[in-house]
Design a protein around this ligand. Structure first.
Ligand code: CMC
Length: 429
């Protein structure tokens, strides 16, 4: 017999069904709450206890530090898969065969040209713009250039919209940086694979005849992109699903997701971490001083790269990234004093009752900036790199939401404003 949860309100007992996920997680289905209680609602700011959907894409167990895409462990994927394989897995549900992967890549390449008129929009941005703002705007502008990709219903229409954005997004990501760096735009080279092509568009200098791919750089970038590719119902992904639920279209939904990711509490943390570590270094490297500030409730300073809404033991991505940071710096022969500051802060936090009691551990962004910098990725590009990695996850979640025909997202509220009052003429206020 299926499990029930009983809720008592004003002397009346109401039974709710309890749903069980494939990993035996339980969720109380409160769909009938308002009908059974004549309009009583629940309240849960930040959705700390609220599931917004049923999803078959990513499984995350924050207590045990488990993260799996479509059943595959993140560690195995980061070690053995390439980025497009993972993108295909997330979006379509299974790892691709060789032929499926080749067709996916061919379709993506076919659409990798960005309309030349998009450059005029890019030209309108000042050099002081942040690449995340540019990327969000250009992604939204794609709608105007691809109107048939907006209100898509059929599998074929969805597929076309997906391969188009997979093709154009690396170009837009690279261009958002080229603009602020004052560098000419590069259209890439379709002979290169997805990652080399992106790195060429981002990093090739105008006085360099050929972009030379560095295998250490490439493999570290692939690992980082895979680790960021999905993370179930996080802030930006929930934004993508919410915007998409109004049938606004994939590109509008992703543009909104980019804006959500930009914030320093979410994807913007990778830039904030390196800026924090740099400022600690400039200030003499006294980590204890910053630990004390992070614990002081009257000081807005937070230890960036620490804490997570769902990981209360460790972030499995952070473990892989920390190892990768050591490897990359070792392989490239780079000694980064900021890495020592990061390790010092981590050691102190892991032994500090404030952090231990609150279960605050380094998250994925604590070490990623250090690797990106060692790989030659400019600091303002750290968060756009996160966006490039997260793109397949956003697409997969949007597609799932549309295929499951989820209703428009529209939360309730508890009104705490003024009650009914009469209009007062301006002279009498
Ligand atoms: N430094 C100092 N104190 C912290 C920190 C931190 N980084 N994070 C949380 N706390 C404290 C917080 O003050 C609160 O203390 P108290 O219970 O005494 O009021 C307690 O820990 C719980 O924090 P919270 O803000 O209620 O937790 P949350 O789940 O709402 O927020 C978070 C999660 C990630 C936004 C937060 O930990 C944070 O701001 N971290 C720093 C930013 C960061 O690194 N973000 C990247 C997250 S990983 C990338 C991604 O997937 O987005």
């Amino acid at each position: 017999m299926s499990q029930k949860a009983t809720f008592e309100f004003e002397g009346k007992k109401i039974e709710f069904s309890v749903l069980k996920g494939s990993e035996k997680e339980l969720a109380i289905d409160i769909g009938q709450l308002r009908t059974s209680t004549q309009g009583v609602t629940t309240i849960d700011p930040g959705f700390k206890n609220t599931g917004s959907c049923q999803s078959a894409i990513t499984f995350l167990d924050g207590e045990h530090g488990i993260l799996r895409y479509r059943g595959y462990d993140i560690e195995e994927l980061a070690e053995r898969a390439n980025f497009l394989e993972v993108a295909y897995l997330l979006i379509f549900g299974d790892l691709p065969t060789r032929d499926q992967l080749q067709n996916f890549l061919n379709d993506i390449k076919q659409y990798s040209i960005v309309a030349d008129d998009m450059k005029k929009i890019l030209d309108g941005f000042p050099q002081s713009a942040h690449p995340m703002g540019i990327l969000s705007s250009l992604t939204s502008a794609l709608i105007a250039f691809n109107p048939t990709s907006v209100d898509v219903e059929s599998e074929e229409e969805m597929y076309q919209a997906i391969v188009k954005i997979m093709g154009k997004f690396p170009v837009l990501t690279a261009w958002s940086f080229r603009k602020i760096a004052g560098l000419p735009l590069d259209y890439g080279d379709n002979k290169l694979d997805y990652i080399d092509n992106f790195l060429k568009m981002l990093l090739q200098m105008p006085n360099q005849s050929k972009y030379e791919s560095n295998p250490i750089v490439k493999s570290a970038i692939v690992k980082l992109l895979i680790l960021h590719a999905d993370h179930e119902q996080n802030c930006s992904t929930s934004t993508v699903r919410l915007v998409g639920s109004s049938h606004a279209g994939l590109y509008a939904s992703i543009s909104a997701g980019i804006s959500a990711l930009w914030g320093p509490l979410h994807g913007g943390a990778n830039q904030a971490v390196i800026e924090m570590l740099e400022s600690i270094k400039r200030d003499g490297g006294d980590t204890k001083k910053y630990m004390a500030r992070a614990k002081d409730k009257n000081d807005p300073f937070r230890l960036m790269g620490f804490g997570h809404r769902v990981y209360k033991n460790f972030d499995p991505r952070a473990r892989i990234i920390k190892r990768a940071a050591d490897e990359v710096l070792g392989n490239l022969g780079i000694q980064d004093p900021v890495l020592d500051i990061a390790k010092g802060l981590e050691y102190e936090a892991l032994n500090d009752p404030y952090f231990v009691e609150r279960k605050l551990y380094p998250n994925v962004d604590f070490y990623s900036g250090i690797i990106y910098r060692a790989l030659g990725i400019p600091v303002p590009m750290f968060t756009p790199m996160f966006a490039l990695g997260r793109l397949p996850g956003w697409i997969a979640q949007w597609r799932e939401m549309r295929r499951r025909k989820e209703p428009i997202g529209r939360p309730r509220q508890l009104y705490i404003g003024k009650t009914d009052r009469s209009f007062v003429d301006i002279d009498n206020r």
